[in-house]
Design a protein around this ligand. Structure first.
Ligand SMILES: Cc1ncc(COP(=O)(O)O)c(C=O)c1O
Length: 411
């Protein structure tokens, strides 16, 4: 549930802010974020843990600097997967000692840059990556803690095939036996081994999955210990799922308690959460451009689509849509579609909405994660503006692209 969000005198407000007015002031499509929601969620997750941990916000879910700066200022960490994200995290003010770097295809250059920046952990995902780091250690001191991303065998069948990334045959991470021998080699070679990492996937709602991974990780850590390899950090990845349909909150305390057995053994837990923090902290405002009936089906053609919410066609994801203004009691079944030349360009299929007119506004909920970080210029569509609500204030956090921006890189 999004806090302080709902209709006041027939118009959706977020806190004190009237969303109709916001759309008029900044135009649509428009991403709107709430700092209070964003920080409130980070704080709630952190407080629910009750043990030694570092909450690293996953930049791949949202990288709007104005939000990141707020998290950095309050001592949270960052989870990055590329040099690009690392530089953004640095710009936002995250301490390098609170940055963890994962990613299945880090280039040699990215690893060298991460080493220069003294980040907390580098999560190694292949033997080749490890071999490069070992070679590098002959030339320069390794400043980051080494950590291996291990694929524990946890049942992930219920997840969307694109979201269950921890499966045995996925490209990510290392199989347990390979990881174990790399730990032994790194330890013998005197490399600064300090952590272990696993990330099972995204949109995980079954806590049993996290609990099982936690058990397997602890067992693995004990086996390492028997070989004299002592770790400090256990990076449990991200993946806490949300109910996009009914907006029922996941239990943060149930989630964090899954890793308590590890924390009880005096390991510091690192969370790399993205969606559970950022999705409900953002909405997308869009305007109805045209109404149309075709083949007996009613369509609202709106000014946002897969270029703004790619995750809908990518994962057949659901997002709740609400009219910004509620001034008709008559209802109709409609499909909300974007203006892009693809059949997969839709926002919602056959939903019930009040009888709305061209020019009316819709609000797409839980749009703060994996949306603006996946923007595309396909069909010559400039990226929308992104605004942030902070208390009673609203400010432009990212300006809308201009049409000149569409050709700015052409020589
Ligand atoms: C390595 C890693 N960590 C963290 C995350 C964040 O996941 P989520 O946004 O589901 O919490 C992801 C997302 O795919 C990831 O790949």
């Amino acid at each position: 549930m999004i806090t302080q969000f709902g209709y006041k005198e027939g118009v959706i407000h977020w806190g004190e802010i009237n969303l109709k007015k916001l759309a008029q002031d900044f135009d649509t499509p428009l991403f709107v974020y709430s700092v209070d929601e964003f920080l409130g969620r980070m704080k709630a997750i952190s407080e629910s843990a009750g043990y030694d941990h570092l909450l690293c916000f996953s930049l791949k879910s949202n990288s709007v600097l104005a939000l990141l700066k707020e998290a950095a200022k309050r001592g949270f960490g960052a989870d990055v997967v590329s040099l690009g994200e690392l530089l953004v995290a640095e710009r936002a003010g995250f301490l390098p000692s609170k940055i963890v770097f994962s990613g299945v295809g880090k280039s040699n250059g990215e690893i060298i840059s991460a080493n220069e920046k003294n980040i907390l952990l580098l999560n190694i995902e292949s033997e080749s990556e490890y071999n490069f780091i070992k070679k590098l250690s002959a030339e320069q001191k390794i400043n980051f803690g080494l950590s291996f991303r291990v694929k524990f065998e946890v049942q992930l069948e219920k997840l969307h095939p694109y979201l269950g990334v921890g499966k045995k045959d996925s490209k990510f991470g290392l199989e347990e036996s390979i990881a174990f021998s790399l730990y032994e080699d790194a330890f013998k070679s005197g490399l600064p081994v300090s952590g272990i990492h696993f990330h099972l996937g995204s949109q995980i709602k079954d806590m049993e999955i996290f609990r099982r991974a936690s058990e397997l990780a602890l067992d693995f850590i004990f086996r390492l210990k028997k070989h004299g390899i002592n770790l400090t950090y256990v990076d449990v990845g991200g993946g806490l799922g949300l109910d996009y349909e009914n907006l029922v909150e996941p239990s943060f305390s149930e989630y964090t308690s899954c890793f308590k057995p590890i924390a009880d053994e005096n390991y510091k837990i690192i969370f790399e959460l993205g969606r559970a923090i950022s999705a409900p902290s953002g909405i997308l405002l869009t305007k109805i451009i045209r109404k149309k009936t075709s083949g007996g089906k009613k369509f609202f053609i709106v000014d946002a689509g897969m270029t703004e919410i790619l995750r809908i066609p990518l994962y057949k994801a659901y997002h709740k849509v609400m009219p910004v203004e509620m001034n008709s009691k008559k209802e109709e079944q409609v499909s909300i579609v974007g203006p892009i030349c693809e059949n997969s360009d839709y926002i919602a299929q056959d939903i019930i909405l009040p009888d709305l007119s061209e020019g009316d506004l819709l609000c797409i909920l839980y749009a703060g994660a994996y949306t603006s970080t996946m923007l595309m210029n396909y069909n010559g569509r400039p990226h929308p503006a992104e605004v942030v609500i902070k208390g009673k204030e609203v400010f432009l956090a990212r300006k809308r692209q201009s049409y000149d921006d569409l050709v700015a890189r052409d020589l």
